[in-house]
Design a protein around this ligand. Sequence first.
Ligand SMILES: [Zn+2]
Length: 418
Amino acid sequence: MFKKYLNITILITVIVYSLNSFTLLYPQQVGDEISEWSQGYLDIHFINIGKGECALCILPDGTTLLIDAGVVTGEKRRIVETRPSDSRTPGEWMARYIQRMLAFKSQQKIDYFVLSHFHDDHMGYVDETMRLSSSGDYRLSGITEVAEYVKIDKIIDRGWPDYSYPIPDPSEMVENYRRFLKYQQSANKVRIERFKPGLNDQITLLEMPEKYPNFEIRNVAANGEIWTGVAQNTRKHFPPLAQLDERDFPSENMCSIAIRMSYGAFDLFSGGDLSGVFDEGEPIWHDVETPVAQAVGPVEVNVLNHHGAMDSQNAYFLSALRPRVHILQAWSSDHPTLRTLKRLLSERIYPGPRDIFATNIMEANKIVIGNRLKELKSDQGHIVVRVNPGGERYRVLILDDSEESYRINAIHGPYQSR
Ligand SMILES: [Zn+2]
């Protein structure tokens, strides 16, 4: 009799467990509209407008972080067309995507906007054809346009308040951005800060930090000041400017902000347009990836530096991070270069499987990449990294970017965090 009860108990346990793991494994199907964020999850959306980088992060307690909001300009045939179409501006498309993903909130806002560096494909180029803001003082493109639709609480960049390192940038794009900041600060009480390398308490959970003590955003690098990996200590990687020939000055890309986002065993690296492969004759300190990699260590997800361009993802960087997943936010015909792709795929550099996802590969580049294109898991669409509560497991979802359907075209994973 006892044995019979025991068997029934085991049977019920098995059924309940299977149902549970079934729903855990398959919360969504291909063809579904992506479900909204729910508490405990970490969702990172790489929004593909085809004009640069833009990543919306919804942190485990609902705090929101936007990294970059780019609109690039340049030779048309070398740049991806606006997704989903030219019927709206890229800034408006980004804002609409963000509004849709934050629809679950009673008050939709971006708690933190982090601008990795001052290039158009990360902040939005400006010309006289662009619409003026309601204040009339600055033009709308990229982040200044997103802010027209979605409230921002705090802006963090590498230059505030003087924007003078390594040399002042007199471009209309940066001037426009500074007028935007001035207006946001006085009219909307937006707080503005300079990113401080080494800290792990500049970007924090704001709603329920005590509930998720294993979540952290570590400030890794900016302006060549790099976290050492110990406490909040940093060191200056670039020599003092006074010692340098102006042609060797750190480039804008080399000054990019880099962060590591951790949730339990899950880690993601994002470093703007940092470079790590230097040309013949360049000083070796132009390689910023190597000291960054020494501090960061292994991660699950690597957001490719500099869109996978030829000066990015050096072998040391890849072997130290040994990512399971690479995310490429591409907008140009050389994203990625074949040489960079070969390094990403090389099991000599680091062993084991790795999946590469790109938001966009241009037709011209598909011809150059040839057969290796098959090695990418995806070459078109918004990419969503959805990390389970606690950070143990995560999936990569590819969303349709041909219209505002938010439909899932593919689900990859679950991957196990290490
Ligand atoms: Zn860029």
